[in-house]
Design a protein around this ligand. Sequence first.
Ligand code: FAQ
Length: 335
Amino acid sequence: MYTQSFNVPDGGQPAPGLQPVADAALQAQFDAVVDADGKIEPRDWMPEAYRKTLVRQISQHAHSEIVGMLPEGNWISRAPSLKRKAILLAKVQDEGGHGLYLYSAAETLGTSRDQMFEALHSGKAKYSSIFNYPTLTWADVGVIGWLVDGAAIMNQIPLCRCSYGPYARAMIRVCKEESFHQRQGYEALLTMMQGTAEQKAMVQDAVNRWWWPVLAMFGPPDDNSPNSVQGMRWGIKRISNDALRQKFVDATVPQAEVLGITLPDPDLKWNEAKGGHDFGAIDWDDFWAVVNGNGPCNKERLATRVKAWDDGAWVREAALAHARKEQQRTMKEAA
Ligand code: FAQ
């Protein structure tokens, strides 16, 4: 009945009184698609708050992928064998690719990549807390694959059903690749756990350091998660922060047993009544300190990212100059 052009007229404002009726009808249409588990596409009408929330979440997610390349990237030149180096190179490249799909998905909402990069590089934008912890030994690389990618998959599988089409479709491919990332990490740790006492101790130490930050990665508890209710209503978020955290703990405990390591939580135990594990209290003060820029590696990560951007300026300039030349050549040939 009402089209998008009714809402966004060519020049001038709509006649007085028409806009609210149009908006109400468009809102009803939007709600109907979301309620029916359908997809909202870039050219569809959407409430401004929905657009804003998506740009917030997708750009934070994209930033997490490219900042997430840094802790592991530190180990490419120090991987213990050619095989491990090739796997790690492929994984880090995949993360860069995930960032690109996600920036593209956010661009369909009308925010440019330059705007998003500016927000990241000036320290205004958030990215996942987890990438502000150091990778001290080779075991950290395995633990990032097992636990960080494991947590990322748990969070991202429901996003494949997100109501915004470009985000949902990007997540399908991302999740397939994350699954390989999780397995390579677990396999690397299994190998180390069959090795020397020193290697085993290295794995245990890495698990001790990463376990709690990984649990916090799912975001604040549901009763302190300001974006959750609306995100769920809009079909962006399908499963709450706490529910995903619980699913992750339950899936990870048996994997830790097979590996032969101890998860660093004396309160971790099976609760028959709830059909899941109880676990200890997360240090939310530490989480918020990291989110607010005061984690062990926030400054280093941002500085590395900005340096990479500055050092790459000549590549962007050369690519643009090449594209301009190509365009001129095509126009000349067409003339
Ligand atoms: N870190 O109200 P909520 C990966 C912020 S990708 C920093 O619960 P929401 C791949 C949150 O933004 C990992 N900030 O928010 C990889 C909000 O602040 P705002 C990233 C956090 O959006 C693996 C405030 O707290 N994944 O790992 C964090 O409903 C290995 C209140 O929170 C995604 O981004 C945090 N951990 O739920 C790469 C997935 N948690 O924006 C390399 C998509 C919360 O109002 C190596 N995102 N905050 O200022 C999501 O699913 C959601 O945005 C949540 C947060 C669940 C992260």
